[in-house]
Write a protein that binds this ligand. Structure first.
Ligand SMILES: NC(=O)c1ccc[n+]([C@@H]2O[C@H](COP(=O)([O-])OP(=O)(O)OC[C@H]3O[C@@H](n4cnc5c(N)ncnc54)[C@H](OP(=O)(O)O)[C@@H]3O)[C@@H](O)[C@H]2O)c1
Length: 310
């Protein structure tokens, strides 16, 4: 009798918890109000890695919300194209050509001077690099490891320390970190160093959010899965893979709520499903998926090579 009561109470609690999660999920993605960018109109946002991909999409969406945008990356011609799109939306833009992988102390000083005259209220820590194909950790070359750590960790923390103190002084700001589901929400065999740096970015964002909680500066870590871009090598959007534009739009709406979040609904759903799977199974599944992506990538490269020789 006691056993029956125990199991029905347990069952009711599990159902209640699942229903609560489902309602919260629906509310978050379809009914909750958007972050208000009104107080930020006319102020500057700095977007790193803004010459294409997700960074460019953030830049344009920020301009649509009334912010001026500083675009930072290496390719000046591509930065100019994004700047034109920003200006089409009635915002001002500035482009800065900067290599986060190899910048010297003097380069950083120059960047600081270039940014010093602007009232920067938003920082999108978007720049990120990865291996071009999933690669076993033991086969990665040292130079690539250094580049990933330099851009994803060292440069991200440097620019954060350069821009955020002024936000704290002004008691106003938004800092977004483009982390990744791979490394934070699921293991990522064959993307070991990349996913490690993304886990670092997430940890840094959460720590900073705690340290700046009462400062008026909002800090958020974003942990998406695949999005269309050069990095993902996925060109066509689908249910599971949003376009960079859709993703950036959803992300700017969800600022100021969860400290670590997945703004695109399907990514959050995926994260929830993954969280119920045993870790060993997750590791095995992602390892197989990434081995497949590597083989497909190698096949594509070798057929392109053959074609170029014809
Ligand atoms: N795409 C996805 O599926 C996905 C999923 C989860 C998280 N993310 C994260 O989202 C962020 C953006 O990803 P993405 O897919 O848009 O990447 P992407 O298509 O490869 O674009 C990367 C951007 O960073 C710039 N960049 C690369 N190396 C640089 C360097 N050394 N110095 C300065 N700028 C540099 C590139 O411009 P230049 O070449 O002109 O410098 C470009 O603007 C990354 O942090 C990534 O980890 C992406």
């Amino acid at each position: 009798m006691v056993g029956e009561w125990y199991f029905s109470t347990l069952g009711a609690l599990v159902c209640f918890s699942l229903l609560f999660q489902l309602l919260r999920f629906i509310y978050r993605h379809w009914f909750r109000g958007s972050f208000s960018w009104e107080p930020y109109r006319g102020e500057w946002a700095v977007v790193t890695g803004a010459s294409y991909g997700i960074g460019a999409a953030y830049a344009v969406q920020l301009a649509k919300n009334g912010l001026n945008v500083v675009l930072i990356a290496r390719s000046v011609d591509k930065l100019q194209q994004v700047a034109q799109q920003v200006e089409k939306n009635g915002a001002k833009s500035q482009i800065i050509s900067f290599d986060f992988a190899s910048a010297s102390v003097d380069d950083w000083k120059r960047l600081e001077n270039q940014l010093s005259s602007l009232t920067t209220s938003v920082l999108v820590n978007n720049v990120g690099v990865n291996v071009s194909l999933p690669t076993s950790f033991l086969e990665m070359d040292e130079e690539k490891i250094h580049q990933i750590v330099q851009v994803n960790i060292v440069a991200t923390q440097k620019i954060t320390r350069l821009i955020v103190p002024k936000m704290v002084q002004r008691k106003k700001g938004v800092v977004l970190f483009l982390s990744s589901g791979g490394g934070v929400l699921s293991p990522a065999p064959y993307l070991s160093v990349y996913s490690g740096t993304k886990a670092y970015e997430n940890a840094l964002a959460l720590a900073l959010a705690g340290e700046l909680e009462s400062s008026g500066v909002v800090v958020q870590s974003i942990t998406p899965f695949f999005i269309t871009s050069e990095m993902s090598k996925i060109r066509k959007s689908s249910l599971a893979v949003p376009s960079a534009e859709r993703f950036a739009r959803d992300s700017l709406k969800s600022v100021g709520y969860e400290v670590s979040c997945n703004p695109y609904w399907f990514h959050e759903f995926l994260a929830l499903v993954i969280s119920y799977l045993p870790l060993k199974l997750q590791i095995r599944y992602v390892a197989k998926l990434h081995r497949g992506l590597r083989e497909k990538g190698l096949r594509k490269m070798s057929s392109a090579e053959k074609k170029s020789k014809i």
